[in-house]
Design a protein around this ligand. Structure first.
Ligand code: ADP
Ligand code: MG
Length: 580
């Protein structure tokens, strides 16, 4: 074993620098964040050879006074926080004060800056050694140039990927910052060619169009979740999807973060709208009291910790669901209008939360109005499913016991009644649906979340052919592709748990039975819509079901002829227990 020795400061600095500066993308991220923090309206980023030869970021922000240039490149020098307590209310992207110092350790860094009054100044740091400050002509703003990245750590340079791959990573960061900084315009260049350009007044929809393609941009739904934790931004409609999470962008108080919990919340919000294995296009800003997050858990500031994880999760789920609910078929056009971006920008340095909220409020003009999902028509109310979690205010009925999540047991005047919940409900629905079918099409209930169904091309053709019959059964279906259909509504009867199964059953029946004889159709629908065996019923739901059955004649057998109830009479009980 060798003796323990203190590392020479330069070696220690370089090791620390490695944490911040991993590859060209990390440099680009830090420099563009600095430009945003400086309040820039125009930021030009240009790279040569994937950033290995040159990274240049020019902004028109506040600039750095000549006298402060040496400090800007010193480690732990920052203008953004002054003490530990400030860490709990960080509203700027930077705060660790080590980016420029780290870059200066591993490359040749030149900063030229001007504050608007008089001439500017420049400083160069090469491999950790700073030059003096020299005067240099510069308009208000800052130009940062990073040459020969990792010339002091050749091992790291060897691990860099090909230019195109390194550039792509850097571009991803610029993309994220361009999405979260609505007030700024961006130009991105590689090897002398402009890759993209976003004007400073571009809306969120325009930014998404440019960065994720015109389809995503044209199909954005505004997300506008208020409350103590605000969730704002946009998601693309579910038909626009990706195979990975790269188009998912979360910003917490303006800072881009990758966070498994946020991803999960988004997936939960999309549940029922997007099949597993697909990922949405999303740009969501989460606004939370800065004191409730810890931003300082990752050297590159890519991760954060929430003090109120569950609340944030719920806020995201709720906001995303509310946005998707606008997809009620009638609301699609309205939802396609572009959304504003101002909602999730980083708070300006020193800007208070109140000011931030005010900006949020003003950002809402022009966002599509929320459209409430259409409820079941009133005339079907007696047949609508019992309201889930019926309030205790409903008349507390005779005690009903659910057994094996399939049977309901209660006492009646005759004795003990045992009901098969599915068979009974099915019979009741059969009677009601048969009656309605004789009059005309069934009332529809638009789905809060339209359900995508994968079908074979023959089945898709079948939908086209049987559209009228399906609609008279309350099922509205939109064809979305050679193998995809979207169920938009179900009959306003019974339970709507399995629209996909209902569609498949109906297609099979309609195909087999010609136009579908009314009785068999009613039986099929009743079976599909009746509460299933195995479903736990709340006390209110159970009471509602039995109460309605009490008022109906001829519900003792199901449409298939099987019995729906068993009664153990008191006489029988007495006999059994030898009480006669
Ligand atoms: P941090 O951003 O964490 O404060 P940096 O090392 O990135 O640390 O920057 C150090 C300081 O240099 C910043 O606090 C800021 O005052 C100044 N600075 C850096 N880049 C810019 C810029 N583009 N415009 C104005 N000031 C800048
Ligand atoms: Mg910084």
């Amino acid at each position: 074993m060798r003796k323990i020795v203190q590392l020479p400061p330069q070696v220690a600095e370089r090791i620390a620098a490695g944490e911040v500066v991993e590859r060209p993308a990390s440099v680009v991220k830090e420099l563009v964040e600095n430009a945003v923090d400086a309040g820039a309206a125009a930021i030009a980023i240009s790279l040569r050879k994937g950033g290995k030869d040159l990274i240049r970021v020019q902004d028109d922000g506040a600039g750095i006074p000549a006298g402060e240039l040496p400090l800007a490149v010193a480690r732990y020098a920052t203008s953004k926080i002054t003490g530990l307590e400030d860490l709990w209310r960080v509203t700027t992207l930077g705060f660790r004060g080590e980016a420029l110092a780290s870059i200066g350790q591993v490359a040749e860094l030149t900063i030229t800056s001007g504050t608007g009054g008089g001439e500017g100044a420049a400083i160069t740091v090469k491999g950790g050694v700073a030059s003096g400050v020299r005067p240099a002509a510069c308009p208000r703003g800052t130009i940062v140039e990073v040459r020969d990245l990792f010339f002091t750590v050749p091992a790291r340079r060897k691990f860099l990927k090909q230019d195109a791959a390194e550039f792509a990573r850097a571009a991803e960061w610029v993309t994220r910052i361009a999405l979260s900084t609505p007030r700024a315009g961006f130009t991105l260049e590689h090897d002398g060619k402009t890759v993209w350009k976003i004007p400073s007044d571009a809306t969120l929809a325009e930014r998404v169009s440019m960065l994720f393609g015109p389809e995503a941009g044209a199909k954005l739904l505004a997300v506008e979740g208020g409350g103590a934790i605000e969730v704002r931004g946009a998601v693309a409609r579910p038909e626009v999807w990706r195979r990975d999470r790269r188009a998912i962008n979360f910003f917490v108080n303006g800072r881009h973060v990758r966070d498994a919990m946020l991803n999960q919340a988004l997936a939960e919000g999309f549940r029922g709208c997007m099949v597993p294995g697909r990922f949405p296009v999303a740009v969501l800003g989460v606004l939370i009291d800065p004191a409730r997050i810890d931003v300082n858990v990752h050297p590159a500031k890519a991760e954060i910790k929430f003090a109120a994880g569950a609340e944030v999760f719920q806020a995201v789920v709720r906001a995303v669901r509310a946005a998707l609910a606008k997809l009620g078929p009638r609301a699609i056009e309205a939802a396609a209008r572009p959304a504003d971006t101002a909602a999730f920008s980083a708070a300006p340095a020193g800007g208070g939360r109140a000011e931030f909220s005010a900006r949020l409020a003003s950002a809402q003009e022009g966002l599509p109005a929320r459209v409430a999902p259409r409820r079941a028509p009133a005339d079907s109310a007696p047949l609508a499913p019992p309201a889930p979690a019926a309030p205790a205010a409903a008349p507390a009925p005779a005690r009903i016991l659910q057994v094996a999540r399939s049977y309901l047991v209660r006492e009646t005047a005759q004795g003990i009644e045992i009901v098969d919940q599915h068979a009974l409900h099915e019979k009741m629905l059969f009677a009601a649906i048969s009656a309605r079918l004789a009059e005309g099409p069934l009332p529809m209930q638009e789905l809060f979340f339209p359900v995508p169904v994968r079908l074979r091309p023959e089945e898709i053709a079948e939908i086209e052919e049987r559209r009228a019959a399906l609609e008279s059964c309350g099922l509205r279906v939109e064809i979305r592709g050679p193998e995809t259909a979207l169920v938009l509504s179900v009959p306003a009867f019974g339970e709507t748990g399995d629209p996909e199964g209902l569609l498949r059953d109906l297609l099979r029946d309609l195909g087999a039975g010609g136009a579908g004889a009314a009785p068999s159709l009613a039986a099929r629908l009743a079976c599909g819509l009746a509460v299933k065996a195995g479903r736990t019923l709340s006390a209110g739901e159970a009471a509602d079901l039995l109460g309605r059955a009490d008022g109906m004649e001829g519900v003792d057998t199901c449409p298939h002829g099987r019995p729906t109830k068993l009664v153990l009479g008191f006489a029988e009980l007495r006999k059994h227990f030898d009480r006669l």
